[in-house]
Design a binder for this molecule. Structure first.
Ligand SMILES: [Mn+2]
Length: 317
């Protein structure tokens, strides 16, 4: 299969690499590494409106300055490769049209839930990151890991494993990270770019959400409310709420943490749990996810949604 993918890339004249919506270090790192290998006939499409929405910490990745956005991409590709994209609905607007009409399509991914929506599906469910999957692909066909490729793949592995903390970190992940580190990259510099380069308003916004968190059920449940007003006040973008729920769960004694976000005519909920199965809460609201991390959207105003959620959560305590 690896050969088939490489041959398809070689025999295509224009290649588009698509990242998932709300781009993170793994989807961007994988796209960057793939573009480094393919060269000038490949373009990266980042699914955001324009440069202003680009997550600044990932600007250090090679090829980000030449990336295309939803507003300036054209439909002239005979091969489209989706990286770290778990399902087709993570490809939106005109990107979806390009994917659907492309002669050939490939998906390179690591999500266990990915059923394979491309003509060629290179999915290794359970690996730490799409970057680790791409490393395996390169390795299988003896592609040289250049410094640029190593930088990008390392970024993907580092961020998707939460700095090698999550359960998806395997001995193999460490081995690959070690090989990449051996390619002359500066691992501490990459970590600094990813984690120590945050905008001022992001830190102030996140601090506000943590300090305004409320506790109930003997401090076993903690929640914070993200209203539109707060978003505006801090000039926050959607990805700014990332990590808040983990922070709240990390408080000793907390079993369930909620982040509720006000959206149009509904409330978007993130849930992190310690021992309780988070999907037992989201199932009630047609959501889903993993045992300790799940999410759902409730078609209720934020305070009503909170009430329903805590009622359900208290039953499980
Ligand atoms: Mn990923």
């Amino acid at each position: 299969m690896e050969r088939e993918i490489i041959n398809l890339i070689k025999n295509s004249s224009q290649v588009l690499i698509i990242t998932h919506v709300n781009p993170d270090g793994d989807t961007l790192g994988t796209a960057s590494a793939l573009k480094s290998y393919i060269g000038t006939k490949a373009d990266i499409l980042i699914q955001i409106k324009d440069k202003n929405q680009f997550p600044k910490m990932y600007e250090f990745l090679p090829h980000m300055d030449s990336a295309l956005y939803l507003t300036n991409v054209e439909n002239n590709y005979d091969l489209v490769i989706a990286v770290d994209v778990a399902s087709i609905d993570r490809i939106v607007e005109n990107a979806r049209k390009i994917f659907d009409t492309s002669k050939n399509t490939i998906v390179i991914d690591h999500h266990k839930t990915n059923k394979g929506f491309a003509k060629l599906n290179y999915i290794r469910g359970g690996l730490s990151s799409a970057s680790e999957v791409l490393y395996n692909l390169f390795k299988a066909v003896d592609i040289e890991i250049t410094k640029d490729i190593a930088t990008a793949l390392y970024c993907g592995i580092l961020t998707d494993t939460g700095c090698f903390k999550y359960e998806n970190t395997t001995p193999e992940t460490f081995k690959i990270a070690s090989i990449l580190a051996d390619c002359g990259i500066k691992t501490s510099e990459i970590a600094d770019f990813c984690y120590s380069n945050k905008p001022k308003n992001l830190i102030l916004f996140q601090n506000y959400l943590v300090s305004s968190a409320k506790f109930c059920a003997n401090d076993k449940i903690v929640y914070t409310l993200v209203t539109k007003e707060i978003m505006q006040k801090f000039d926050a973008t959607d990805e700014y709420t990332e990590g808040i729920c983990e922070t709240l769960r990390s408080i000793a004694g907390v079993e369930i943490a909620f982040v509720l976000k006000e959206i149009d005519f509904a409330t978007k909920v993130s849930i992190r749990t310690q021992n309780i199965d988070a999907t037992k809460i989201t199932d009630k609201f047609n959501g889903g996810g993993h045992k300790r991390a799940a999410g759902c959207t409730i078609k209720l105003e934020i305070n009503e949604a909170l009430q329903k959620l805590t009622e359900q959560a208290e039953k499980l305590l």
